[in-house]
Write a protein that binds this ligand. Structure first.
Ligand code: URA
Ligand code: CA
Length: 434
């Protein structure tokens, strides 16, 4: 078999066989097939697309390129949740304790973030002493005993995806449904989940810019999951403005804590209930999503969810005093208010740009080597549909470098679209595919 022939075939819009897909994934993972040939194939896939069969084969070839986690030592149905990537998305930190409090095992392998803010692990490291380093045995026993553990994703899960994603990132071939679907699903399947709940983001701050595109991606992933024996549900949710108010690591952790205490942002809670209720049903802890929603709300009102967060953070060596008193989190040096210079309604908040501003303040990594500043970020005071008057504070910047803070202040103002006439509200949840 020659890579050259595979490129020609896809360029001519023909279907690749299972063996051909396995050949190119194996060759690329082992470094036998060079980047330039894979780049050409990716571009041909981008334009000519892949069939459902090719996409499923690509997913499995990537799963088999590395280790497949064996979570059979964990009792119960393991449901994993994955987001296609949003701005200020704190759902995992809220969801994990809520569903764990209902007895659903949460065995999460997470990564560090690249881009606007940190990943789940970076955020959890806002708790002083929190560690994701533990043996497999410890990970399993934590999940069995307290129902939740977060470990660091080893580089050996779907290594083919890691290489391919990095190449797609620099060759303009990220935004293809088959490539995104296989990339996400290969990692989920390699991490050993029995069922998968996907949060597919749509809007300006997401890969999928329209509900139709998001729906296509969601259906593709649900099909792959089902085809490979994993019950999969996808929730399509809005990313036309950041989720919640906080963007930045410990700011988002504080927001998650407040949500678990019953006074978080409405949109964050609503999305957590939509995702969580599907997780609880897949784990067979409730018969209907309506019933699951009520059970999840009860974990908040009864205090079980916040107690579960403490148990979880403590089990991984983290300081839990700041859960009772969030003022104990490290604070940024300057708090800079951003004012509106006109009257009107907030019709849009450019989510992606808000994420970039947070990153420039130090909340995210521009490169893999960057060190994250956990205390900086942005807290939005006004969101879409809110009425504002000239001089109102629309957001606060948390900065440790005053110069960067002033730049962020100017840029953040430009993220707000304030107009005289209020636009129709966009729903938070567009659709649920199962
Ligand atoms: N997230 C992934 O993991 N892969 C993609 O291709 C896109 C988003
Ligand atoms: Ca948020």
């Amino acid at each position: 078999m020659r890579m050259y022939d595979l490129i020609l075939k896809k360029r001519n819009n023909e279907e690749l066989s299972t063996e051909e897909i396995q050949f190119f994934i194996k060759g690329y993972t082992e470094g036998v097939i060079p980047d330039y040939q894979v780049s050409a194939l990716l571009m041909a896939i981008y334009f000519n697309k892949m069939t459902k069969r090719e996409t499923a084969d690509l997913t499995m070839a990537m799963v088999n390129s590395g280790e497949i986690l064996d979570l059979s030592g964990i009792e119960g149905i393991k449901v994993d949740k994955h987001s296609t990537g949003g701005v200020g998305d704190t759902t995992t930190l809220v969801l994990a304790p809520m569903v764990a409090a209902l007895g659903v095992p949460v065995a999460k392998m997470s990564g560090r973030g690249l881009g606007h803010t940190g990943g789940t692990i970076d955020k959890l490291e806002s708790f002083k002493g929190f560690s994701v380093e533990m043996t497999n045995e410890k990970f399993m026993s934590n999940v069995n005993n307290i129902k939740v553990a977060v470990g660091a994703q080893t580089s050996n899960l779907a290594p083919a995806d890691k290489k391919l994603y990095a190449l797609r990132d620099v060759t303009g071939t990220v935004e293809n449904v088959s490539l995104i679907a296989s990339s996400i699903m290969s990692k989920k399947i390699a991490s050993g989940a029995d069922c998968i709940v996907l949060d597919v983001k749509v809007g300006e701050g997401a890969f999928m810019k329209t509900p139709a595109m998001a729906e296509e991606l969601a259906k593709e992933m649900v099909d792959i999951g089902t085809h490979l024996g994993r019950k999969t549900v996808a929730v399509i949710s809005d990313m036309d403005q950041p989720l919640g108010f906080a963007v930045g690591n410990n700011l988002e952790v504080i927001e998650a804590i407040n949500t678990l205490k019953g006074h978080g942002p409405k949109d964050l809670l609503e999305l957590c209930l939509a995702l969580g209720s599907n997780m609880v049903v897949l784990a067979k802890k409730a018969d209907t999503v309506e019933q699951a929603r009520e059970m999840l709300m009860e974990t908040i009102t009864s205090g079980k969810a916040i107690a579960k967060l403490k148990e979880f953070v403590k089990a991984q060596g983290g300081d839990i005093e700041c859960i009772d008193d969030t003022n104990k989190f490290e604070k940024a040096k300057s708090l800079i208010p951003v004012y509106s210079d006109k009257n009107g309604f907030v019709n849009k908040i450019h989510a992606e740009k808000v994420g970039l501003i947070a990153m420039e303040l130090g909340a995210g990594r521009a490169t893999k080597e960057s060190v994250i500043d956990l205390s900086v970020g942005i807290v939005l005071e006004k969101k879409r549909s809110d009425e504002v008057r000239e001089g109102d504070v629309i957001a606060y910047i948390y900065a440790n470098d005053e110069k960067l803070g002033e730049i962020a202040k100017k840029k953040l103002k430009e993220c707000y679209v304030i107009e005289n006439v209020k636009k129709e509200e966009i729903p938070l949840i567009h659709n649920i595919i199962n």
